[in-house]
Design a protein around this ligand. Structure first.
Ligand SMILES: NC(=O)c1ccc[n+]([C@@H]2O[C@H](COP(=O)([O-])OP(=O)(O)OC[C@H]3O[C@@H](n4cnc5c(N)ncnc54)[C@H](O)[C@@H]3O)[C@@H](O)[C@H]2O)c1
Length: 317
């Protein structure tokens, strides 16, 4: 018995089964939802199979009963077939405006009238791809972080014509999946998570371009400092504590002054074709001797350890 036996979301459609869609598929099925997966990739059956084998044990470790999980996943012939009995659709196709415009026109026409239509888009607000639809009331962004079956955050971002009811239902859906949905009040390209990630990545690329550190050294700086801190306190609480007993006020008026001066000098990497090629080679030199699955396995083992260490500690804050 899972919470979904009592909930309105019993059938899901996953459209696009790449990195993100496969992870959602396993998370949904692990919660007892029946999942129809649509993707034109010729190796779809093998990819779904491999994802179930790799990710289901993670979810068992997180306390879910994954018995019979594979029986709840079916490969759909196409998008129309996938959504025919869907209560919720999670779209994870290419990050391309025209693709999303066409696909959401199909979803609105083909999915049952009550189905919630969610897009995993990393950066494109739904208003940009629903403008030509007669009804966009049940379309919105449900943006996860990779891999969605482990990282809890989902950014729920309504478009200009999304109904309030669809926002409430999306939050309920993700909560039932054990996710941590955050509703954002305004659309902005990249939403909140990827704007923050990009601000940091831009500086990271700049520092490597300038020869200050190598890619692996930069990663070490993050995983041994901000990475650990940010899984316990966000930037604002972190600064409030960094100010000592004087709190954020002391931080802002004291160290904040020199930090603010630094803003103007933050890096603008050039990343022309040559610099980009040099950076790609440097990252490949750092990590290319391990396979993709060796690296993801090591990452997921550590992420599971962090999640389990944090279990039950959030309420104490
Ligand atoms: N990779 C990430 O870290 C990440 C994180 C959060 C959100 N996202 C977003 O999720 C979405 C998917 O990203 P991804 O990284 O999984 O990409 P991906 O390239 O791994 O997967 C995209 C999949 O879409 C499939 N596809 C192409 N045309 C299709 C169609 N007509 N119908 C169904 N499937 C089709 C492709 O075959 C491919 O398997 C994007 O919008 C991306 O911005 C990505």
């Amino acid at each position: 018995m899972t919470v979904f036996e009592e909930a309105e979301f019993k059938h899901a459609a996953v459209i696009g089964a790449g990195t993100i869609g496969l992870s959602w598929t396993v998370l949904f099925a692990a919660h007892g939802i029946r999942v129809a997966v649509s993707d034109p990739r010729p190796d779809l059956a093998d990819a779904v199979d491999a994802a179930l084998k790799e990710f289901a044990p993670h979810l068992a470790e997180r306390g879910l009963d994954v018995t019979g999980i594979a029986d709840r996943v079916r490969l759909a012939a196409d998008v129309t077939d996938a959504v025919r009995d869907a209560d919720v659709v999670q779209e994870n196709g290419p990050e391309n405006l025209e693709f999303k415009k066409d696909l959401f026109a199909t979803l609105v026409a083909e999915a049952p009238a009550h189905a919630l239509l969610l897009s995993s888009s990393s950066a494109i607000p739904s208003t940009a791809f629903t403008g030509e639809l007669a009804d966009a009331s049940r379309v919105l962004i449900g943006h996860p972080f990779n891999p969605p079956h482990l990282i809890p955050l989902v950014e729920v971002v309504p478009g200009e014509r999304t109904g309030a009811d669809a926002v409430t239902r999306a939050v309920e859906f993700y909560r039932l999946l054990g996710r941590a949905p955050v509703v954002e009040r305004k659309e902005i390209p990249g939403f909140v998570g990827n704007r923050l990630q990009n601000a940091l990545n831009r500086e990271a690329i700049y520092l490597v371009e300038q020869g200050v550190v190598s890619p692996a050294e930069l990663d070490e700086v993050i995983t041994n400092s901000l990475g650990i801190r940010w899984s316990t306190v966000g930037p604002f609480l972190g600064s409030h504590l960094g100010g000592g007993p004087g709190g954020y006020r002391h931080m802002a008026e004291h160290i904040g002054v020199s930090m603010k001066k630094m803003w103007a000098g933050l890096g603008q990497p050039s990343q022309g074709p040559e610099e980009q090629e040099r950076l790609i080679e440097a990252v490949e030199n750092a990590y290319g001797s391990s396979t993709y699955s060796e690296l993801t396995e090591a990452r997921d083992r550590r992420q599971l350890a962090v999640l389990s260490a944090l279990d039950g500690t959030r309420e104490e804050n």
